[in-house]
Design a binder for this molecule. Structure first.
Ligand code: FPP
Length: 246
């Protein structure tokens, strides 16, 4: 990708594990296990091509409503993957982070996650963020609560609350907004993922089911992103003039 602009931040809704397994006549958990392979390949590719932030929707708040055996299997898979992959992530200079309401996770999962986060915290390459028990409405509600408490304590004037202030209370504070959001499996919904941060994102909805998502699918998504004109409310002429000035 030498000389080719890649998005600084890509966010992915990894969808279709269950359908992938069903097509093979196997159980959903088999699909999740194979989803880990796609995670590995995507992380590796993003690191190589110079993406700075990759955010993966690994477990939504709504996923707590799934059958308990599936939730347990997902938790085990998460611990197993984190334990198995931490040294590889570290070797590749990847920094692991999480966003979401981790307090709802079993302690054995959060202990392992926190160890991996601490272990990779000094790395300066790709920032890999796992959204775990994450939901945008929860995140925004938490931000509102904290800002309201500050206003009540007279530490901030309501008229001084602006977008920058709100961003400081979001779990993604310090990260650029994702330029590109991908959802696999043909579904075209955000499902409570990065609603604030995705205000100007480009969306890409390939038909491929997550376990089949390969390097070529990621490169197709980036190609498509590069073909689109991001206008941020401006006219096409304004964007052209700005480009001509560079
Ligand atoms: C959506 O497919 C996928 C999930 C809810 C879980 C994603 C988890 C992984 C890819 C594995 C673990 C992740 C890491 C980061 C180690 P679905 O079950 O909703 O599929 P369906 O829509 O076909 O039923």
């Amino acid at each position: 990708m030498d000389g080719i602009k890649v998005p600084e931040h890509i966010a992915i809704i990894m969808d279709g594990n269950g359908r992938w397994a069903k097509k093979l006549g196997l159980n959903r958990i088999f699909g999740h296990r194979n989803g880990v392979r796609a995670v590995r390949e995507t992380v590796e590719t993003c690191g190589k091509i110079g993406v700075k932030y990759l955010t993966l929707y690994a477990f939504s708040m709504e996923n707590w409503n799934r059958p308990s055996d599936e939730i347990e299997a997902l938790m085990s898979l998460l611990i197993e993957s984190v334990i198995k992959e931490t040294s590889e992530l570290d070797k590749n200079n990847v920094q692991l982070r999480t966003i979401g309401n981790l307090s709802s996770f079993p302690e054995n999962v959060t202990v392992k996650l926190n160890q991996a986060i601490e272990f990779t915290s000094k790395n300066t390459g790709l920032v890999l963020t796992l959204a775990l028990s994450y939901g945008s409405r929860w995140e925004i509600t938490e931000a509102v609560k904290k800002i309201a408490a500050k206003a009540l304590a007279q530490e901030i004037e309501p008229e001084n609350i602006n977008e920058n202030v709100i961003e400081q209370y979001l779990t993604t504070y310090g990260m650029p907004d994702p330029e590109l959001i991908i959802r696999t499996s043909g579904e075209q919904r955000l499902s409570n993922f990065l609603l604030w941060q995705g205000a100007y994102s480009e969306f890409y909805f390939p038909e491929v089911l997550w376990p089949d998502f390969k390097k070529k699918d990621l490169m197709n998504a980036i190609d498509e992103y590069r073909r689109r004109e991001r206008r941020f409310g401006k006219t096409g002429e304004q964007i052209k003039q700005e480009k001509d000035l560079i």
